[in-house]
Design a protein around this ligand. Sequence first.
Ligand code: NAD
Length: 465
Amino acid sequence: MRNVLPYASHHEVLNPATGQLVRSVPATTPDEVDAAVFLAAGAQQRWAALAPADRARLLRRFAIAVDERIEELARLEVLQAGHTIGNARWEAGNVRDLLDFAAGGVERLSGRQIPVPGGLDITILEPLGVIGVIAPWNFPMPIAAWGMAPALAAGNAVLLKPAETTPLTALRLAEIALEAGLPEHLFQVLPGAGDVAGGALVEHPGVAKIVFTGSTRVGKAIMARCAERVKRVTLELGGKSPNIIFSDADLEAAVAATPMSFLDNSGQDCCARTRILVQRPVYDRFLELLAPAIESIAVGDPADEKTQMGPLISQAQLNRVRSYVPDELPGIRGTAPEGPGFWFPPTVLTDIAADAPAAVEEVFGPVAAVLPFDDESDAIRLANATEYGLSGSLWTRDLGRAIRVSRAVAAGNLSVNSHSSVRYWTPFGGYKQSGFGRELGPDALTAFTETKNVFFSSTPRVQEV
Ligand code: NAD
């Protein structure tokens, strides 16, 4: 009799621009996860025992190898995720930069010497062991590398579980790591179903920490399961970020930056500025200027250099986005290709209630809601009227206001007169239900270490006194 597994043996990777099959990828079973953890644990011990300069050198070689394959990786991302080719090149370059930046930290990962009486006290930053990185489909390469690069640099092994829809660039990165000379089994990619391959990583006693980026719903379940084992966990979850435009702002600059602040990656961005809050005196003028900017966004073949926005990742995501935007909702709408593929036009919802689902829930598509506000305190109240707290922007020429509002908005990453959120030099993470823990920035490696304190007594032995 055929042995039927209780889960899929393969996942089909589709091209989101056409709906066509790209490749079918075998799904990792729990037994295979178990074997991978065992091999990773051995590789980690040998990796941590290498001289720091050698580990740094190998990570730099990995960075160079990625740099030499930017175009190949970018084309693969266009194929499996529908990212525009320009974005995909940036994302592959971001992996290179993250590896370089992390490599620079290997030889600087210092503990402290703390003044104490009766001896000498030092802290040692020790690697945690095997790290499970569970990544979403929206930025398959950068998000994988946010965890993988600093974790390796701090002396850990990494098991990466990519999303079901986007495993191909992750699998290629693991091959490139080997080609660059990284030890076998140190960085392994385990494609498969979330609750099977991902669940096995979360449950496995040999995995010391889970770095999860994805939906708040799954993040909560993973946190609960990690709690049973007191397993370390970092959660990078959803967002519903505000773009606050005060009437004293440079309105033309604010308008010019608005479309791609929520349309980049077809709005499938946890930092997308999907709640556009505009002060009443400039509200009408803002919409007047915004309409042509939205209508002229080039939506189409993501491999075309001129394209600004590609498709959504899947039919399921398209259905989800459609469910938030009934045809009768008033708004500004751009264009999108008809026919096969998962297309949705750029959409700005006007005259929407501040508590409507599309105004407070994460749509994760090219959809933003515009809401008017009266004054500074009203803007802060609206900005904080969400369970999320990941990112946000504010536009003003008043420096005092910029300081006050950026202190008052409860979010991990704020930007004044721009829409910047994620930079590998600076810490990134959420407030409230957008998660906890910080990635990137100067302390990225420390998140993958345990601090050990050692006290050396200097008290002479009795007979020597
Ligand atoms: P998701 O939560 O459905 O899946 C994320 C990953 O978790 C996938 O690899 C999935 O296979 C895995 N997974 C699912 N169920 C699991 C389980 N029971 N156990 C272990 N792993 C499991 O999210 P998604 O739809 O892939 O990604 C979109 C979400 O990610 C959005 O909510 C977005 O805001 C969020 N996101 C957050 C950040 C951030 O840094 N805060 C960045 C990007 C995306």
